[in-house]
Ligand binder design. Structure first.
Ligand SMILES: [Zn+2]
Length: 321
């Protein structure tokens, strides 16, 4: 009787899992053609410049991507929802006015420590903003004309001159299950830069403000080679509840994504970031993973070279997009 009960239950669970998989919408694919810039771009490499919080400039193959723009200064406050505020403890490495020209903005979610009021006022309305579907809707209402809303696994194929880049939305959840219903949708991103007609490239994963969730396990199945991971840490707590990864979760995420190199971002910048970077540094040493991590202070830059894609699979998947 008991055995029959378990067989019935596991059959129901298998049917539910199959139904959930089938019910997943087919990922959407968008295109973004950027005008090729003046001069000859460096197609051999690129860099990540850390501005502060989750704000970085990712430059590769002649494209410049601005992530999660936040340019407030020490002492200024952001609204984090439901009447709650958080105070910035640091300064950005540069002011908004000093930004180089960017090709598009990549926004993990719509929280003011990722897209602040100053940026909302000063950012021109026409640069493309790739973000979650809900953030795209809100930003469109606020006058931004080229928002592109992505659900998990949706992608945008970007071309600029000879180079291409596919940006795909990765799983992410800003908080435990019930709590996340009260927080904005969040997405991670995979950026696959390609040059030399797809023969060379570089894959960058940006986690977004997510906790360690089962969905992350699907990333290495689809992207077995990640060159660089930017992990949003900080151990953010709202009313005591953890809503971004702390050191312990960060290490587990590193092990799951298994990138060649990892750079922690989104730490120490706001008073809601409760888990200081020192905890991550200590935990990395204890785990023997310190050789895989690069620490950037505000304003510092990490440079890299594109990788020859020995297996043609990675190049082929992009060309068939
Ligand atoms: Zn955040």
């Amino acid at each position: 009787m008991k055995a029959r009960y378990w067989i019935g239950l596991s059959a129901a669970a298998a049917a539910l899992a199959a139904w959930m998989k089938a019910a997943r919408p087919v990922p959407k694919r968008y295109r973004l053609n950027l005008p090729s810039g003046a001069g000859s771009p460096d197609l051999q490499g690129g860099s990540v410049r850390f501005i502060g919080t989750a704000t970085t400039l990712i430059e590769c193959a002649g494209m410049t991507v601005l992530t999660d723009p936040n340019f407030l200064h020490q002492g200024e406050q952001v609204h984090i929802g439901y009447g709650m505020h958080s105070t910035r403890l640091t300064n950005p490495a540069m002011d908004f006015e000093d930004l180089p020209p960017v090709d598009f903005v990549l926004l993990s979610h719509l929280h003011e420590d990722h897209f602040d009021k100053l940026v909302e006022r000063q950012l021109p309305r026409d640069p493309p903003i790739l973000t979650t579907a809900s953030a795209a809707r809100i930003l469109k209402r606020r006058g931004f004309t080229r928002t592109c809303g992505l659900r998990t696994w949706d992608s945008v194929f970007v071309t600029k001159g000879e180079a291409t880049l596919r940006v795909t939305s990765m799983p992410g959840r800003h908080g435990p299950l019930l709590v996340s219903a009260f927080l904005p949708d969040v997405m991670g991103s995979m950026l696959e830069f390609r040059t030399e007609r797809g023969a060379a490239g570089y894959n960058v994963y940006v986690s977004g403000d997510t906790l360690l969730i089962p969905g992350l396990l699907e990333i290495p199945q689809r992207y077995p080679h990640v060159d660089l991971a930017l992990l949003h840490l900080g151990g953010t707590r709202v009313m005591g509840v953890l809503v971004t990864m702390d050191a312990g979760q960060g290490i587990q995420a590193m092990r799951i994504i298994s990138a060649d190199h990892t750079i922690p971002i989104h730490f120490n910048d706001y008073d809601v970031f409760k888990d200081p970077l020192d905890n991550f540094v200590r935990a990395m040493k204890a785990a023997g993973l310190q050789d895989k991590v690069h620490y950037l202070r505000h304003g510092e830059r990490y440079s890299f070279g594109v990788r020859t894609l020995y297996t043609t699979t990675e190049a082929a998947t992009l060309q068939s997009h």
